[in-house]
Write a protein that binds this ligand. Structure first.
Ligand code: HEC
Length: 182
């Protein structure tokens, strides 16, 4: 009792709020106060841990909307992406995307090892934040998406009827196995 006076305040003292309602009134049993204090201890960290905005939500946990195996880009989009890739990326990552001694490969096992389990949005953000190194983020979002479609095709993910759209990106998981069994 003497060590934790805040937990077991003098039952005869009243803390008045707004001159009316009474907290810690004599009728409140110490047990009630103890449970109340415990509940505050467990509630506070939860409210504080609430992310300020959606941007902090872990990106690897997509809302199970789908994967890149569902046919999420079109042939035409990948075709456009190939030309754009040649223009802005191929010098370092090579025309076949296998990279060179300093630029990582964007295909095959090295790609799925690094990106399998992430969302397409995470990969898109990486493009935009870092590439091309001399002028990151200078290409249009559409251009980065088209290049992304080309990268998907080069990784044997299937084409579909719809182009890759911005709102899709963070819902789509990059599955580690484009073609199971291959
Ligand atoms: C001047 C050479 C150069 C150009 C041009 C370039 N890259 Fe890179 N890229 C690199 C280097 C070097 C790295 C490794 C260092 C890093 O991640 O910043 C890299 C890393 C990456 C990564 C991260 C790989 C990983 O798994 O972490 C991606 C994705 C990527 N590049 C995509 C692109 C795309 C898409 C383009 C074209 C828009 C592009 N790069 C243009 C040199 C280049």
């Amino acid at each position: 009792m003497g060590r934790w006076p805040w937990l077991f305040p003098n039952p005869h003292r009243e803390i008045r709020i707004d001159g009316g309602s009474v907290l810690g009134a004599t009728s409140r049993a110490p047990l009630f106060r103890f449970v109340f204090a415990l509940s505050m201890v467990s509630v506070l960290p939860i409210t504080r841990a609430e992310p300020a905005s959606g941007a902090f939500v872990q990106d690897t946990q997509a809302d199970d909307q789908g994967t890149v195996c569902d046919g999420v880009y079109t042939e035409a989009q990948a075709e456009r992406g190939q030309a754009l890739y040649r223009e802005s990326c191929a010098a370092c990552h090579a025309p076949d995307l296998r990279g060179n001694s300093v630029s990582p490969s964007l295909v095959g096992m090295s790609f799925t090892f690094l990106w399998g389990g992430s969302t397409l949005g995470a990969l898109f953000d990486r493009f935009e934040e870092r590439m091309p190194p001399a002028r990151p983020g200078t290409l249009s979002p559409q251009t980065y998406r088209d290049i992304l479609a080309f990268v998907l095709r080069m990784n044997s993910y299937p084409t579909g009827a719809q182009e890759l759209q911005e709102y899709d990106l963070h819902q789509l998981l990059i599955s580690a196995n484009p073609e199971p069994g291959r």
